[in-house]
Ligand binder design. Structure first.
Ligand code: ASP
Length: 584
């Protein structure tokens, strides 16, 4: 038996017990006649004590040779500490060691295994197994386990069945780029790794499984952005004989369950907002509603005066920044520079200070009088002491710019509190989205999403206006889940492919299996998927998902620990019938 207890469980009640512990040497202090060692495992730290008087000389000698991260086993007696440490759960006791076995030695670790480490990101990624010994990483993995456990409990209790779907599937041109896997037995042919189990879960509904979920890896070969992983995990769900309302209720329930179990927070009913409303009031389809600064559209009150910039704009829109009328000229100029950065792309910004004496002071005083500016204050909801910031230009771009500014101010002003949770549903997404590059409509969600029946007549005349039975669950400004009610009729699915620019042959070749299945009694169905990595990070009050993944890729999509991706040798390439054409 390697141990009788773990390093986190001994207390004063255990005093005088003979115990065996095993773990890693966190640190040791050698005073010559006395040696203290902090012994660590996943469960905590227990202080060991070796002393000249009470410890055997050979054991004492061996203890002197212990280095950081040595793996040891000790036997001894639990004693009460003289100097208690109230920061440690085991801080009232220590273990007077009688026997010591070194199970394995360790090289000096390349960074300190402590909550605050001296190791930079790169070195910690390379030695991820050492990073995992640190509390912040270890606790994130334990936290993730708790989240997935609660998800499984909740869904299983509602009769959802977890079914595994294949990882080696077929590449399709829709959506993001696929990772592909060459097939040795079928020269020149490739599998693709799934971007999501979408079609399989729909086929499970045709198969009568009724309620499915899966905590599943998905793969997307997208250009990497900060905090995107090429492989990530979804909580993927699908249900039959349901309407949108049923889905929203079940998964609102799941989210409420998580918030309750993990943070003991009760949230009554999640607010709902249409996509249009979200865009108009927050300039964003995943608004962070933990704070205000809602958009006020100023066209009616700011146009048709003498200010040509506003008169020429499709949209004039502003926000009231609470308490910011006191900003200095320099601070305001810095904000103007911020929105003019290429990443945001505004051409300028107008401001109005709502001063304490009820007066308005603006950068466009030449064109607007106090009565005009009072109307701006009314529309943006500005009070005395607030600062109104106004952007103008093409509607979509301007909304995105003002949204970026609003989020930046929310961050700077500390309004995005990590321990506050504000979920909401965004519903009625557009079915299609115009893509400038390919000059055609793309499915905004995916091609299996059903249009709203009442909008169907617009498909031929004004496709961009057709709304879908699609919804996103948003938490604190992040999309944590999204899904839709699906098409379950073959002709309807074929029509959708036609609108997405597929010829009937292409549609048949790529998605024939699904349309065929729809001819054998497909039930009405729908579902959604949560991004587990991000959901866990947000529930854990953090922004970076990488901390919640045991072995993440870095920002260039590399695993620097195992050094992947890597070349393979010629024999392997030959076997796969692959000839490389790599430019140096
Ligand atoms: N498969 C979709 C996605 O990955 C989610 C869904 O529609 O259920 O976004």
């Amino acid at each position: 038996m390697y141990r009788s207890h773990n390093c986190g469980e001994l207390r004063v009640a255990d005093v005088n017990k003979e115990v065996t512990l095993a773990g890693w040497v966190q640190k040791s202090r050698d005073k010559g006649f006395m040696i203290w060692v902090d012994l660590r495992d996943r469960y905590g730290i227990t202080q060991l004590i070796f002393d000249e008087v009470r410890t055997d000389a050979a054991v004492m000698e061996l203890a002197k040779s212990l280095g950081r991260e040595f793996v040891v086993q000790v036997k001894g007696t639990v004693i009460e500490r003289e100097a208690k440490n109230d920061k440690l759960p085991t801080g009232e006791i220590e273990l007077l060691v009688s026997e010591l076995t070194i199970l394995n030695e360790s090289q000096l670790p390349p960074f300190t295994i402590e909550d605050e480490t001296d190791g930079g990101e790169d070195i910690r990624m390379k030695y991820r197994y050492l990073d995992i010994r640190r509390n912040p990483v270890k606790n994130s993995l334990l936290f993730r386990h708790k989240v997935t456990q609660e998800v499984r409990n909740y869904l299983s209790n509602l009769d959802f069945c977890e079914v595994e779907t294949p990882y080696l599937i077929k590449s399709t041109p829709e959506g993001a780029r696929d990772f592909v896997v060459p097939s040795r037995m079928n020269p020149g042919q490739f599998y693709a790794l799934p971007q999501s189990p979408q079609t399989f879960k729909q086929l499970l509904m045709v198969g009568g499984m009724d309620k499915y979920f899966q905590i599943v890896k998905c793969f997307r070969d997208e250009d990497l952005r900060a905090d995107r992983q090429p492989e990530f995990t979804q909580i993927d769900c699908e249900m039959s004989f349901i309407e949108q309302e049923d889905i929203l209720n079940v998964f609102e329930g799941l989210t409420r369950h998580l918030l309750q179990k993990i943070h003991n927070i009760e949230i009554e009913k999640f607010p709902r907002m249409t996509f249009d409303e979200a865009m108009r009031t927050y300039g964003n389809d995943k608004p962070d509603i933990r704070f205000g600064m809602k958009f006020g559209e100023l066209n009616a009150v700011a146009q048709h005066k003498e200010f040509p910039v506003f008169n020429a704009a499709e949209l004039v829109v502003g926000i009231a920044v609470p308490g910011a009328a006191s900003y200095t000229r320099k601070e305001i100029d810095a904000l103007i520079d911020w929105v003019k950065r290429p990443q945001v792309g505004a051409s300028g910004m107008v401001y109005v200070k709502c001063e304490a004496n009820g007066q308005y002071k603006s950068s466009v005083d030449k064109f607007y009088d106090q009565a005009d500016l009072a109307k701006w204050a009314e529309v943006t909801g500005a009070n005395e002491g607030d600062l109104i910031l106004v952007l103008s230009g093409p509607a979509n771009k301007t909304r995105a710019q003002l949204s970026a500014l609003r989020m930046e101010l929310g961050n700077r002003m500390g309004l995005r509190k990590p321990n506050e949770f504000a979920p909401l549903w965004v519903v009625d997404f557009p079915l299609l989205e115009w893509d400038e590059d390919s000059e055609r409509f793309h499915a905004m969600h995916h091609p299996f999403t059903s249009p709203k029946p009442e909008d169907m007549h617009l498909l031929d005349t004004d496709p961009g206006k057709v709304r879908a039975n699609a919804y996103d669950l948003v938490l604190n400004g992040n999309e944590i889940g999204g899904g839709s009610i699906r098409i379950h009729d073959k002709d309807m699915q074929a029509l959708m492919f036609k609108h997405l620019g597929f010829t009937p042959e292409q549609a048949q070749e790529q998605f024939g299996f699904l349309m065929n299945a729809f001819q054998f009694g497909a039930p009405p169905h729908g579902g959604l998927a949560f991004g587990l990595d991000r959901l866990t990070a947000i529930l854990g009050g953090q922004e970076t998902i990488r901390d919640f993944i045991a072995f993440p890729k870095n920002n260039s999509g590399r695993d620097v620990m195992i050094d992947a991706p890597a070349t393979i040798d010629n024999a392997q390439l030959d076997e796969l019938s692959i000839m490389l054409n790599v430019k140096a």
